[in-house]
Design a protein around this ligand. Structure first.
Ligand code: AHR
Length: 504
């Protein structure tokens, strides 16, 4: 082929790929509710290599992991489960480490545990991270007495046998733990209860969750499994809302089905599309639970707490199936960006969330291999999006073109925006289409700015990962594809990319 002809052909293809009708986006300077920093929370269960061999080496906390997580401003960390919360007995894991009880983690892999990481170590971890603790108490196999006494041990500053035991174990001052889960997945691994039965249990347990001086509790009821709207309806009707800060909800993105979830790295566009469609479902699920909550709590005093979310794939070949160790690709980063946009846009009701799970489990931020550590593509999304923490959400209107695959369609672009306390506007945009560059033209009535800066996270293939051999394959770069054109902000979004812009 002659060179000029080849050049013309290449140009035509390039124009063809981006010759989409531009996406119209309007961002108004009308402040919505504040985006709680706690939407950017994380979950660390005593599961697989999350705590043991992740955060904890056996006698100390890994400071490289802490430093990485401090950088993204982790606001809250949930522990000890998950399913494990309802088999966890806090007394097994306090006092001198060599005298702690040995127990079997029957929830995850039947491993024998020395309980060297317990209440004191977890709260030390939270203090190193500068984050709020969020403890899930045991309802499934515990008692109100066990929950009541744990709270006294944690939060009572006066003289009592339990507060003195805490002092004897090295902590004088109470920790003032505030976020408290009353069980976990009580419809499943937390006791297989009906919503009516759990509502009674919640009312009984919460009666004994006392506010010690200086430590008012924020109780979180064990809420629905994804689209189980009946669970929400029954709880909102029967639990004591005056004793309730939040209702949890769990929803995982699955690219296959529960028995065959699919590989974290070996997948084609069919599984890519399926994962994106499943991830976008979060918007509908949150909206429907929020609508039920609105009926019983129109003032939105009770938060929807999405304290387990993320993509769940098959484990990496050769690893313990009970350890839920999976790699993390660009696809997962796009899921994180999209989900956080959904939460930002529901900031009136979603006031806390926790990605599952921080280190070495499910959609992790950090993977470790002995003393090596890497940051996943998902980590970088939390780094880019931290600008939204505690900022005022801005009202956006977006008409997205579809991303079509095999006759099915989903919106290609999603977005959220906020204004921080310094006045800067932050816009996070995701293009899910794996082959099309999309031009966004945003009208910004009432928003004055002169500078547009930004960062982008993308890569050549949707299943690109960071590995111990190539830890920097997927990482953010400076973004040059946004400009002010008259009254419009014009953004050229490359295929499968997340862009976070700052306007000031
Ligand atoms: O995050 C893994 C598990 O998923 C949790 O233990 C449980 O709550 C959920 O089913």
């Amino acid at each position: 082929m002659k060179k000029p002809f080849l050049l013309l052909l290449m140009l035509t293809v390039a124009v063809g790929l981006s010759a989409q009708r531009p996406v119209s986006l309007t961002i108004r300077d009308t402040s919505g509710p504040a985006i709680s920093r706690n939407i950017y929370g994380h979950f660390s269960e005593d599961l697989g290599r999350c705590i043991y061999d992740g955060f904890w080496t056996g006698d100390h906390i890994r400071m490289d992991v802490v430093a990485a997580l401090k950088k993204i401003k982790v606001p809250v960390l949930r522990w000890p489960g998950g399913c494990y919360a309802d088999q966890y007995h806090w007394r097994d894991a306090i006092g001198p480490r060599d005298q702690r009880k040995r127990t079997v983690n029957t929830s995850w892999g039947m491993v024998s545990e020395d309980n060297s990481f317990g209440t004191h170590e977890y709260l030390e971890l939270c203090s190193l991270l500068g984050c709020q603790p969020y403890i899930a108490g045991n309802v499934g196999s515990g008692t109100p007495e066990e929950m009541e006494s744990w709270l006294e041990y944690l939060n009572y500053g006066g003289k009592s046998t339990l507060a003195d035991l805490r002092r004897q174990n090295g902590r004088d001052e109470p920790w003032h733990v505030s976020f408290w889960g009353v069980g976990n997945e009580s419809w499943g691994c937390g006791g297989s209860m009906s919503p009516e039965y759990y509502s009674n249990e919640y009312n009984r347990y919460s009666e004994y969750c006392k506010n010690y001086p200086g430590s008012p509790l924020k109780l979180i009821a064990s809420g629905p499994n994804s689209a189980d709207y009946n669970w929400t309806e029954v709880l909102m009707k029967h639990i004591s809302l005056n004793h309730t800060w939040g209702l949890s909800m769990h929803y995982y993105t699955i690219a296959g089905d529960w028995n065959h979830k699919g590989s974290a790295t070996q997948f084609g566009e069919d599984k890519y599309f399926k994962a994106m469609a499943a991830c976008l479902k979060m918007d509908e699920i949150v909206s429907k639970h929020a609508a039920i909550m609105d009926k019983y709590d129109p003032q939105k005093r009770v938060a929807l707490v999405v304290d387990e979310w993320g993509i769940w794939t098959d484990v990496e070949p050769g690893t313990n199936p009970g350890f839920l160790y999976q790699q993390n690709s660009l696809r997962d980063a796009l899921i994180a960006g999209t989900t956080l946009n959904i939460f930002n846009n529901h900031a009136d009701r979603v006031k806390m969330a926790a990605l599952a799970q921080t280190v070495n489990v499910l959609q992790a931020l950090v993977l470790t291999d002995k003393d090596r550590m890497l940051l996943t593509p998902t980590y970088y999304i939390f780094d880019l999006y931290k600008v939204h923490q505690d900022a005022k959400s801005l009202v956006i209107k977006l008409a997205s073109p579809d991303y079509e695959y095999d006759g099915q369609r989903i919106p290609a672009v999603n977005a959220s925006a906020s204004r921080d306390s310094s006045g800067a506007v932050h816009i996070s945009l995701v293009n899910l289409d794996p082959s099309k560059t999309i031009t966004i033209r945003a009208g910004m009535p009432g928003i004055a700015y002169t500078n547009v800066g930004g960062q982008i996270l993308t890569s050549g293939r949707f299943n690109d990962v960071n590995s111990f051999d190539q830890p920097d394959k997927v990482k953010p770069a400076v973004f040059k594809g946004a400009r002010k054109e008259g009254d419009e902000l014009v953004v050229e979004m490359p295929p499968m990319s997340v862009v976070v812009l700052e306007l000031n």
